[in-house]
Design a protein around this ligand. Structure first.
Ligand code: UDP
Length: 457
């Protein structure tokens, strides 16, 4: 092996919507910095290479069966990916490294939730940088899992949900980032694997910005002895590139065009979260009873055990009569940027949270699992740019919360706070500001990494 510097990067995303989008955004940011980008991707949930002609794609055959490719138990799914991708990923990366016709590879950038890639990179003498697609504040909580476990917080007891996590203010026990799974021990393994894998990597990239998560980033800088690069929000620094796995229904934009400014509640719970049929009905009645216009994403699979619109109460569409518009999947960033949108009822996935902040749209928070719970607590109690549905999904509570955000004084205060945060987000990418400087440091760091050309003979 001999040492050569390269400007080619290999990126490997976790194949879920909320992870693929930021990885492709990062690919575009790094491409604009003069790097050549190769993406290794699973065959499951594969993006369309023709939408990204400036990137090179290699697809691996991880051979997930139909039942294994289900995200019903996310913990089992991620665990399986970390096992099944190992051999095809290593073979693919080794082949890329051995190709002497191509520019040398400077490093691998892989999703933090694919920690198996650290051992692969080590065995091929290639540095690995991690992309964490979630926020820094929730990562601080994940990094504290061993301590929290030792202190008896897990498994979470519902009766203690309202009690504070004294080690991590302002979190309550119910905000701890867990998820229902058949095998809770595997959840702790995945979280610890993600944190430990990040600790021994050559650096962590965050889709966040200093002004938003200064304190969490400072904590991580103290706890981790590797460089940390908060270079977000990714989507404001590069033109949008199509990365949606589902077809976005553009009809809602024409519908929004007909609505009054800031009058519409946009409702979407992301690509994975699901609700029970009873909860779905409470959401529907809450929206109907609040008497305000709404745009609601009813994704196939949103209601557990149902395919799409069947569980709507009979006569619902007639009752909301033009005031409600339903789509299976929306062009979310375009929707949030539309002047008619006044609030976002969200599950607080990190991408949705950031997208709402970047457009200055107040949030109604309904976190479902993992980091969404931490994000929601920060939205409501730290940044104070949204309200949580704290007392379960009940139609009266929903109606009251929507009205507080949309028409009451509290909503106005929230709106002015999130507007200030929006300005900070947009500033972070200006010359001399934090994310701009951080990308410069990242580029310098990548070019300084020691890398070796891999010879097969
Ligand atoms: N999204 C979209 N259309 C929709 C709902 C969501 O394009 O109807 C996008 C949204 O803009 C975001 C991503 O899907 O970028 C969801 O990521 P997030 O982290 O918010 O949630 P997840 O789907 O990972 O739970």
């Amino acid at each position: 092996m001999d040492q050569r510097k390269g400007r080619r990067l290999v990126l490997f995303p976790l194949p879920l919507q909320g992870h693929i989008s930021p990885m492709l955004q990062l690919a575009n940011i790094l491409h604009s910095q003069g790097f050549t980008i190769t993406i290794i991707h699973t065959s499951f949930n594969s993006p369309n290479p023709s939408s990204h002609p400036h990137l090179t794609f290699h697809f691996i055959q991880e051979n997930l069966s139909a039942s294994e490719a289900s995200t019903d138990d996310l913990v089992a799914f991620v665990s399986l990916l970390n096992t099944k991708c190992l051999v095809p990923f290593r073979d693919c990366l080794a082949k890329l490294l051995a190709d002497v016709e191509e520019e040398p590879i400077a490093c691998l950038i892989s999703d933090a939730m694919l920690p198996f890639t650290q051992a692969v990179a080590d065995s091929l003498k290639l540095p690995r940088i991690v992309l964490r697609t979630g926020g820094a504040s929730s990562f601080v909580v994940f990094a504290a899992f061993p301590l929290l476990k030792e202190r008896g917080y897990f498994p979470i007891q519902d009766s203690k949900g309202q009690e504070p996590v004294v080690e991590l203010p302002p979190l309550k026990i119910k905000d701890l980032p867990v998820i229902n799974t058949r095998d809770p021990e595997t959840l702790y393994e995945i979280v610890n694997g993600m944190v430990d894998g990040a600790k021994v990597s050559s650096g962590i990239i965050w889709n966040t910005f200093e002004d938003l998560e200064e304190s969490a980033l400072a904590t991580l800088r103290q706890q981790f002895s590797i460089p940390i690069f908060p270079i977000g929000p990714f989507h404001i620094c590069i033109p949008a590139s199509p990365s949606s796995l589902l077809t976005q229904d553009q009809s809602c934009i024409a519908w929004l065009d007909k609505q009054a400014p800031k009058s519409v509640i946009y409702v979407s719970f992301g690509s994975i979260a699901a609700v029970s049929e009873a909860e779905f009905l409470e959401i529907a009645w809450g929206l109907a009873n609040c008497k305000l216009p709404f745009l609601w994403v009813v994704r196939p699979g949103l209601t557990r055990g149902s395919d799409c619109l069947e569980p709507l109460p009979s006569g619902f569409m007639e009752m909301v009569d033009g005031r409600g518009h339903l789509v299976k999947w929306a062009p979310q960033q375009e929707v949030l940027a539309h002047p008619a949108v006044g609030a976002f009822w969200t599950h607080n996935g990190w991408n949705s949270t950031l997208e709402s902040i970047c457009e200055g749209i107040p949030m109604i928070c309904m976190p479902c699992f993992t980091d969404q719970k931490v994000n929601a607590r920060y939205v409501s109690d730290v940044w104070k740019v949204g309200l949580q549905l704290e007392n379960g999904l009940k139609r009266e509570e929903i109606e009251k919360t929507i009205r507080r955000v949309m028409v009451e004084k509290q909503g106005e205060e929230i709106r002015s706070r999130i507007f200030r945060l929006k300005e900070k987000a947009n500033h972070s990418w200006k010359q001399g500001r934090s994310s701009f400087e951080s990308i410069n440091s990242l580029v310098t760091h990548i070019l300084s990494l020691e890398t070796f050309t891999f010879h097969t003979q």
